[in-house]
Design a protein around this ligand. Structure first.
Ligand code: HEM
Length: 179
């Protein structure tokens, strides 16, 4: 997993829960990296699972709820760091339907070792998008947060429904409707 995912996560934890909580979850997580991340480095996904699990214990907030909020925050990081990729899209539906064929393709060129999800478009109109998310990392609530923020970015609102096609969250159907 790329370092930016860790650095942004710890930034968010610091702003919401304070530096002490950052230190606490790093200490509790027994990390190979010792909790030292650079945005372009690559680290084990397990480290994110440990940090998230310990944050959930410390805050009594469910991991999936934390991941969704993290998705909202991560979108802003994408705007700040990869604005040039996002600029080519006129609206959220166009943006979200281009992750698989364009956005993450660019990401893969920058970082050949990136661990990216797959998105399959099942249905697309001006008002509606049906996508299947597939990833062994089951970060679908993170995807949910990113989708919500994509609409907000263009001053729009949406309704997002999701359905787990596999119980472990590695395959999830999203129905996204513009409001
Ligand atoms: C993961 C880049 C837009 C969904 C990632 C990662 C990067 C990245 C660097 C981490 C890869 C790793 O840890 O190895 C970008 C850039 C974007 C963009 C530059 C736009 C400019 C989006 C959008 C979504 C999305 C709009 C909306 C759903 C995800 C998800 C993951 C991910 C869910 C987590 C990995 C997984 O689930 O397996 N992306 N992304 N990305 N991205 Fe994107």
């Amino acid at each position: 997993m790329k370092g930016i995912v860790f650095t942004e996560f710890l930034d968010l934890v610091e702003s919401k829960f304070g530096l002490e909580t950052v230190q606490q979850i790093i200490d509790e997580s027994e990390l190979e990296s010792n909790g030292v991340y650079t945005s372009v480095g690559t680290y084990k996904f397990n480290e994110m699972v440990s940090l998230l699990t310990n944050l959930s214990k410390a805050t009594k907030i469910a991991p999936n709820d934390l991941l969704r909020v993290y998705g909202l925050h991560f979108f802003d990081a994408l705007v700040n760091n990869y604005g040039s990729i996002l600029k080519s899209y006129k609206g959220p539906i166009e943006l979200l339907s281009s992750i698989e064929g364009h956005i993450h393709v660019q990401v893969r060129k920058l970082y050949p070792d990136a661990e990216l999800p797959q998105f399959e478009t099942l249905e697309q109109t001006d008002e509606k998008l049906v996508l299947i998310y597939r990833s062994s990392r089951s970060l679908y609530p993170f995807a949910h947060g990113l989708m919500e923020k994509s609409f907000e970015h263009y001053g729009q609102n949406c309704d997002i429904k999701h359905e787990l096609l596999k119980e472990d969250g590695s395959e999830v159907r999203f129905e996204i409707v513009k409001k």
